[in-house]
Write a protein that binds this ligand. Structure first.
Ligand SMILES: Cc1cc2nc3c(=O)[nH]c(=O)nc-3n(C[C@H](O)[C@H](O)[C@H](O)COP(=O)(O)O)c2cc1C
Length: 355
């Protein structure tokens, strides 16, 4: 603390961080990590051959490597490794943690700490004594664990509004899902316009942020939706929206005779949760020429134990209309087709009771 106050300007000249964060001025992610090393070749061997980082360039005084998305730089210097708790943690897969420990021990790499916190870890030193950690999990799993077992004095910002929060009992909770992430997507525009037209007794939520979901892997721990809601907001919103819906209405384009990959990734996330089991679903096809994607989607959603409400499926030739802000929308035929579809969904959900 004393060191900080000696180097910082007087407090009145410092813009409070809270003020900076209110605007758009915020760092986005770790850009690169530079580690001072005494012997570039030796450290390159450690980070590349032992830890599996990828080498991109090397020169007399340094090297560029990568670990996943992380740009790692080794730079020759006289290292003075931290002797406090400062350390660099790399992500490893859960099934590999024992193999990592064995590999490091076999290579006589010193271990500097035993793990005592949530998520498996192996703590080792690099050739210059820099403190490293190989860790399973991420901020989401750590924060979810804090909600179960809070640290002393824990404070966390309030949880964002949950999908369908505040919806009155008896209202049909309908989730509108557009399977395209294209900025000017017709399917997305259609769902926007549908959501903007209130239907008495129907509460709608929309989801189309499939480009902001992490890549699904069965190896990753699947936390309950509310844990995700705070820490991986879009994944949390997706799982919670599906879980909270009485029925899900999909409109998805056809890509190369199948489903868009980002959308399929979103569906794979549902397979790992119970959110879609016995969930009534409806498909709208906004491109009558395309039928492969619709057939595949019905098969996939049924395989995921969803319940097709085929009587409410619609093929609507409205692509251009829905995408154009000037068009009078919907035309009477489309309006009637959608109204009858929503009635069928309401009937089916009323007949089967609450989910
Ligand atoms: C990568 C790609 C592949 C496509 N493949 C097909 C296809 O196999 N069959 C088809 O009828 N349309 C295909 N299309 C056309 C899209 O289905 C059409 O542009 C649709 O309107 C896109 O939906 P969106 O406006 O919601 O993004 C493809 C488009 C893209 C970008």
């Amino acid at each position: 603390m004393a060191r900080c106050s000696a180097t910082l300007p007087p407090a009145c000249h410092v813009t409070p961080v809270s003020e900076l964060c209110r605007g758009s001025l915020a760092v986005s992610s770790l850009n690169h990590l530079t580690i001072a090393v005494s012997d570039v070749t030796r450290s390159l061997g450690f980070y590349r051959d032992l830890l599996g980082c990828r080498e991109h360039a090397r020169w007399d005084e340094g090297a560029y490597l990568s670990a996943g998305d992380l740009w790692l730089c080794l730079s020759r210097d006289e290292p003075s490794p931290a002797r406090d708790y400062t350390h660099v943690a790399f992500t490893v897969r859960a099934p590999d943690i024992d193999a990592w420990r064995a590999r490091l021990v076999q290579a006589s790499v010193p271990l500097w700490k035993e793990n005592r916190s949530e998520g498996a870890s192996v703590y080792c030193l690099d050739p210059d004594g820099h403190q490293l950690e190989l860790h399973v999990g991420g901020l989401n799993t750590r924060l979810a664990s804090l909600e179960r077992q809070p640290y002393a004095g824990l404070r966390m910002p309030p949880r964002p509004r949950a999908p369908f929060e505040g919806v009155l009992p008896g209202q049909l909770r309908l989730l509108l899902v557009a399977g395209s992430v294209r900025r000017t997507s017709v399917n997305r525009a259609f769902m926007h316009r549908l959501a903007d037209q209130p239907v008495p007794g129907v509460a709608v939520e929309r989801f189309d942020a499939f480009d902001r979901l992490p890549c699904f892997s069965p190896d990753e721990v699947s936390e309950p939706a509310l844990g995700h809601l705070r820490h991986e907001p879009e994944l949390g919103r997706w799982l919670a929206a599906v879980r909270g819906a009485d029925a899900v209405l999909f409109a998805c384009p056809e890509y190369a005779g199948g489903l868009p990959g980002a959308f399929k990734n979103g569906l794979d996330h549902l397979v790992g949760s119970e959110a879609f089991i016995d969930k009534p679903f409806v498909l709208y096809n906004l491109a009558p020429r395309a039928h492969h994607a619709q057939q595949q989607l019905e098969l996939i959603l049924s395989t995921m134990s969803g319940r097709p409400l085929r009587e409410a499926f619609r093929t609507l030739d409205v692509g251009a209309q829905a995408g154009s802000p000037d068009a009078s929308w919907p035309d009477p035929d489309t309006a009637a087709a959608m109204a009858s579809s929503i009635e069928r969904i309401r009937d089916a959900c009323a007949a089967s009771g609450p989910p």
